[in-house]
Ligand binder design. Structure first.
Ligand code: ADP
Length: 167
């Protein structure tokens, strides 16, 4: 078995920023597992099934990528996959504190698992799932920032929410 990295997150929804990280990680690893957290602390817009489906569609052209959901502790999931690397993306210094704490916590839970960080590309360093949702909720265009299937799904979701609130 080659060297596999687990790229965890809530991916609510997947963006071209995430996809860029996966593509670049494939230059360094033999495979990447995109691991979508079921027990996200965040109040997600999409269900875990929807997030997995969008990520699979968005990544379908990349070889050696598996998308699945996971429950429970990330380090336990990583150990089950037999991977030894957690991959995270870093956009700005504002990501650093949280990521530093998470990496330290995961290291103390399982010292065999290493967290590696990849800097966001300059084209996507301002892209986050949160701002994508904000823009889409206000009917703004997110073209070029997320795959088309995500664009469609955001449109549908916010239109349904607007209709519901008008009732
Ligand atoms: P979480 O909900 O676990 O914070 P996200 O689903 O928002 O994670 O993102 C998963 C990982 O991808 C995180 O490490 C995050 O910093 C990183 N990431 C998110 N957006 C980008 C981007 N535009 N460029 C690079 N990395 C990113």
């Amino acid at each position: 078995m080659g060297k596999i990295a687990v790229y965890p997150g809530s991916f609510d929804p997947i963006t071209f920023g995430h996809i860029d990280i996966v593509g670049r990680a494939l230059e360094c690893f033999d495979g990447v597992i995109v691991a979508i957290a079921t027990d996200s602390q965040k109040n997600t817009l999409f269900t875990v099934e929807e997030r997995v489906e969008m990520a699979r569609l968005g990544l379908r052209e990349k070889p050696d990528v598996v998308v699945e959901s996971f429950q429970g502790l990330l380090v336990d999931y990583v150990a089950r996959t037999k991977a030894t690397v957690i991959l995270r993306g870093l956009r700005a210094t504002s990501d650093f504190d949280y990521e530093f704490h998470m990496a330290s916590t995961n290291k103390s839970l399982n010292e065999n698992v290493e967290t590696l960080f990849m800097m966001a590309s300059k084209d996507f360093c301002f892209v986050s799932s949160r701002t994508i949702k904000e823009v889409a909720s206000l009917n703004g265009s997110v073209k070029g920032l997320v795959p088309e299937c995500v664009e469609r799904k955001l449109k549908e979701r916010f239109e349904a929410m607007r209709k519901k609130s008008q009732r």
